[in-house]
Design a protein around this ligand. Sequence first.
Ligand SMILES: Nc1ncnc2c1ncn2[C@@H]1O[C@H](COP(=O)(O)OP(=O)(O)OP(=O)(O)O)[C@@H](O)[C@H]1O
Length: 284
Amino acid sequence: MTSILDKFSGNRIEVNEPAPRHLDPSDTGEATPASYSMEVKEVHKTFGSFKVLQGLNLNFQDNAITTVLGPSGTGKSVLIKHLVGLLEPDAGEVAIFGQDLWSMTEQERYDVRKKMGVLFQDGALFGSMNLFDNTAFPLRKHTDKHEDEIQDIVTRRLTEVGLERSWHKYPNEVSGGMRKRAGFARAMVMEPRIVFFDEPDSGLDPVRTSLLNDVILEMHAEHGGTYLLVTHDIRTARKVSDYVGLIWKGKTVHYGPAEEAFEHDDPFVRQFLSGESAGPLGMD
Ligand SMILES: Nc1ncnc2c1ncn2[C@@H]1O[C@H](COP(=O)(O)OP(=O)(O)OP(=O)(O)O)[C@@H](O)[C@H]1O
């Protein structure tokens, strides 16, 4: 255990030693399949006549933060829905910890999902519950933990996201950034091995985005696991990513360590990551 200064409250809090950001310091990004917590193999998905995923391949390292970037409408949210098992591929395979999601029973898929946490765009909080009860909700619904233990877990998670003094407030009484942090605390109470963030920065100003990114990095350093962020915000990607995947028109156009992605000389990668209007990426 070590003690860190909580930037929101000014208090010192005890945390576990940081988990390694990479599996291995000599890791070059060319991981063995065993180190992937999630694998997307040649996945196709069509809605009506619209081919959204067209043979998508993308793997996710455990104990790392991967950001998936790509133009609007390119299939990033559809990818997340496949990874959480809400959508079944028309062809191809989605494997979580080496197990094909669609070769398992409904119950097994449900059990896999219990290892996952999702931070939705708006935090997806219940308006009728205060932040404490929102955060406690998964524990009360899915576990038989005693209220004392629930109180302890929820207080720790709310402290980690800087909301320990706002536990009694309702979602409509707090800022968008606080709602996202409460949604994050709730996503973490079941100790997920995999956490998805669907555009965590949407609707936040740069300062609140930066604060949320700090919380994401601190949570990951403390708890480890696989974090997958979908975002359009290049600054967020630069700040939090260990790995970056770029998808376009339902296919992966780049995947690799973040530092490599931001120095890449492929015209598409450069254009997207620099936000330039000139380049291969058009409006269609
Ligand atoms: N259930 C569905 N039925 C029909 N079309 C869908 C469905 N889900 C997604 N689509 C379509 O698939 C395409 C990709 O959607 P998706 O939400 O994954 O894009 P995205 O990359 O996340 O975009 P954005 O960055 O704007 O959020 C869109 O054209 C969307 O309208």
